[in-house]
Write a protein that binds this ligand. Sequence first.
Ligand code: CP3
Length: 354
Amino acid sequence: MSGVSPAVNETSDPAESTLVRAARRQPVTHTPVWFMRQAGRSLPEYRALRKGIPMLEACRRPAIVTEVTLQPVRRHGVDAAILFSDIVVPLAAVGVDLDIVPGTGPVIAKPVRTREDLDRIPELTPEHVPDISQSVRLLVGELGGTPLIGFAGAPFTLASYLVEGGPSRNHERTKALMYGDPGLWHDLCDRLAQISGAFLRVQAEAGASVVQLFDSWVGALPRADYETFVLPHSTRALAAVADLAVPRIHFGVGTGELLASMGSAGAEVVGVDFRVSLTDALRRLDGRYAVQGNLDPAVLFAPWAVVEAQVRRIVDEGRVAPGHVFNLGHGVLPDTDPAVLTRVVDLVHEISQR
Ligand code: CP3
């Protein structure tokens, strides 16, 4: 397998890459760009490789993880790779019985709703995930100057899967537990913060240059409840890598009302979904953080002139940010034409050249 040519990364040191520099709010030669869910079903080479291999098994096999992670870097020339894995991988690693069902998402065999259920979930140690360290080390060897992003799910989003037993529109059982038994809720999130934090740390210690904490579903909460029931736990997960020289990105969907609070969780970069303009987000964040985002992934299905105008607007809005990482406002949708993604990367690089 061939490595990745450092065509867009002027440096061979990922710690000096445009992504890491933008996250640290240092000047960059161009706006770095990568896409959440850049590895996955939008790529024919991914679908070919995954044929017949269940998702969770694929995530635990370093040869597959490495190849799938590199695919979008080779094809699109993005400024970062993101480890091919899933937010439920560390839960499965500590023994939670779950599956990732195609077209549905994570499904938990026995949902977690009582103290006894929580007591069955142990803390995560590096010995639970030796394959993850190995995948990261293999990737760092292949990627040269292109940084690798490690990631984990944040406590609220993981708790939602565990309590509901699978994906949920309204998070009703999660909220019933959170409001009805705050003691158990906080203990559950404390355990999940340990698992997320330790999983981020394993990746950073093996060589990931940046980490991202995904709190995909936390936009379901009002800000006051976010601060009471979620923020302390996300803060703890992010703090697990605070002593390593690895910038942290914190992202959630529908989090316009939560942005200022999410900023205080400790990450250097706040991810912004497509419902809030970067200009408004920067105002809500008081200009204190780098921002990541935020093209609506559905806009990639519109005519190119529309895509181009929106990319130009977002790059322009990002110019006044202390740091800007171009991304989508949520993950790549499976039916996206990959040629459009490549074109977006080229356009961002061209118009943001300093
Ligand atoms: O390229 C990347 O971004 C890295 C890979 C990645 C995956 N999952 C691979 C995956 C990342 C970062 C995740 C995180 C993840 N997983 C999140 C947080 C990000 C987000 O989108 O909000 C969440 C909520 C999950 C849970 C999950 N796993 C869902 C909702 C799904 C989709 C289910 C479906 O089939 O529609 C999964 C499965 C999954 N994770 C796939 C991939 C490529 C699809 C599985 C397949 O290809 O069969």
